[in-house]
Design a binder for this molecule. Structure first.
Ligand code: AMP
Ligand code: MG
Length: 501
């Protein structure tokens, strides 16, 4: 018996596990006990999230280092690595799977929602290929910060329950401190999970997975005329809504491979992701995305491409014959484009303070974006300052100050005010609504890099804590943290981000 299993009983941290994925057919996963960490130390426990999951916070403060490093497997866990495939940068890889992630199990949270608890970086699995199954501290902190920031911004995302330092080095281009990240997700089922079975002509596997997903994420569809077509539609709609939200906050996922797209509609895998400072739709940060496949403005289209791959796996379930099935899938994919546009424009209207719908709204939004691009305006500051301006005319110089040449922006303001005059809400109401959708604080790259440098070089986690605090209330003013609103100075600008591998 391994050390981890022997340790099972030694914690009073009770997890009410109910592991439905582990009850699926055996070829869906590989059971895998986490590896041991030599000197685990709890960097951070997300107490509000732990409470949501019904966990005992005092017990976790005591045993969290052991549990979230993988050293101590809590009772009721059934640790496993999930099988999946995926298109990476357009090329299909029939077997990927959890190479450095181990699902401990599922708990039902306070609201009755089933949530996965997964360790990322707790050692090798049968899917590790040549990888070490480990994670470095920097990417763990990055994922912690960005996924929690997304949640606070109101963008569906997997959550961060804990970060643990392992006390062991990991070997990348440099020798780096190792860490384990504990991720909580509605589930870890991806487009690539469906592809895994489809690529093996395992029609029963695809169907079993689809039935499981409908049960877990889309139970209303059980009554639908064709639940599988309903499933495809529902996933497309959640992704359309999600990617629209990314665009509203200036988020660039960076590696939208089909294995990094969830069926639940949560953002997953915060590797080379980043938020835009200066607005430019062609922005790419990821060092491995040399052709800009996953650039900011390409995300809706790539989402559709990924969903087409999902549709292919479901085809045998979508209609009585091949032709009907294909036609049905294509109709849903076409609708995705329209749904995305609806979600996106609705959010952009809110961002500029419109509460009604007029014909010229799209043009008004697009002309502001074009100006921002031409004048290298900061994406986040522009909308935040416009929100202040909605309440108070004296905020106009600050708004114009985000543009290199304010004249054109001044002209845009004339059009904007004309459009606002068609609406009922008072200036104060409008400004309040705008401030609630246009964040003051986003996880700017240069801040994340400062956090990582302090943690990795000096074992100083105070900047990490400060950034988490600021980002937990992104729509509030927080004058003590005003500096965190600022874009990077030229010498602070981060031009590239790297995968966590
Ligand atoms: P990602 O780029 O994080 O989406 O990972 C793509 C694939 O590579 C997944 O199958 C991961 O499990 C695997 N992988 C990434 N890093 C490692 C690692 N350090 N050890 C083993 N497998 C890894
Ligand atoms: Mg991934």
């Amino acid at each position: 018996m391994t050390q981890a299993l022997q340790d099972t009983a030694r914690t009073s941290a009770h997890f009410a596990f109910d592991n439905s994925y582990a009850r699926l057919p055996q070829h869906f996963f590989a059971r895998q006990t986490p590896s041991q960490a030599s000197e685990p130390w709890l960097i951070k426990l997300n107490e509000p999230l732990a409470a949501e999951l019904g966990l005992d916070i005092e017990a976790l403060k005591r045993d969290g280092a052991a549990i979230f490093s993988g050293n101590l497997v809590p009772e009721g866990a059934d640790p496993l690595a999930m099988a999946y495939a995926g298109h990476q940068f357009g090329g299909f890889v029939p077997q990927l799977g959890d190479g450095r992630a181990i699902l401990l199990g599922e708990v039902i949270d306070r609201d009755g929602q089933r949530r996965d608890i997964q360790l990322k970086g707790a050692g090798q699995t049968p899917f590790s290929r040549n990888g070490d199954g480990r994670a470095a501290l920097g990417p763990v902190l990055r994922e912690y910060i960005v996924s929690e920031a997304m949640h606070a911004l109101g963008v569906p995302a997997t959550r961060a329950l804990a970060a643990v330092s392992t006390g062991q080095p990991v070997y990348r281009e440099d020798v780096l401190p190792g860490a384990v990240f504990t991720r909580v997700a509605a589930s870890h089922i991806r487009v690539g999970t469906f592809q895994f079975f489809a690529a093996r002509d395992d029609a029963d596997g695809v169907k079993a997975l689809a039935d499981y997903v409908i049960d877990r994420h889309y139970p209303d569809l059980k009554e639908a005329a064709n639940p599988y077509l309903g499933l495809f539609e529902a996933v497309c709609d959640r992704q359309a809504a999600l990617i629209a939200r990314w665009l509203h906050v200036g988020f660039i996922h960076g590696v939208m491979n089909t294995d990094n797209m969830t069926i639940s509609g949560e953002t997953i895998d915060f590797g080379p992701c980043a938020f835009m400072d200066t607005y430019d739709p062609a922005t790419v940060f990821s060092s491995i995305d040399q052709r800009g496949r996953y650039a900011y403005a390409n995300q809706p289209g790539i989402g559709q491409w990924n969903l087409a791959r999902l549709g292919e796996t479901l085809l045998p379930l979508l209609g009585d014959d091949a032709e009907t099935a294909l036609e049905a899938a294509n109709t849903v994919l076409k609708d995705y484009g329209e749904r995305f546009q609806i979600h996106w424009l609705r959010g952009m209207r809110e961002k500029i303070g419109l509460s009604s719908v007029e014909d010229g709204d799209l043009d008004l939004v697009q002309s502001l974006l074009a100006l921002m691009q031409a004048q290298q305006a900061d994406f986040t500051l522009t909308f935040r300052r416009l929100s202040h301006l909605a309440a108070d005319g004296s905020a106009e110089p600050a708004f114009l100050g985000t543009f290199r040449e304010p004249a054109a922006a001044s002209e845009w303001l004339v059009r904007w005010r004309e459009r606002l005059s068609l609406e009922m809400p008072s200036a104060a109401e409008r400004a309040a609504a705008m401030l609630a959708v246009n964040p003051a604080f986003i996880p700017r790259n240069h801040r994340i890099e400062q956090v990582i440098a302090a943690a990795v070089e000096d074992a100083d986690f105070s900047l990490f804590e400060a950034l988490l605090t600021v980002l937990s209330r992104p729509y509030e003013e927080q004058p003590a943290f005003a500096a965190y609103m600022e874009p990077p100075k030229p010498e602070e600008r981060v031009l590239q981000t790297f995968c966590g591998t």
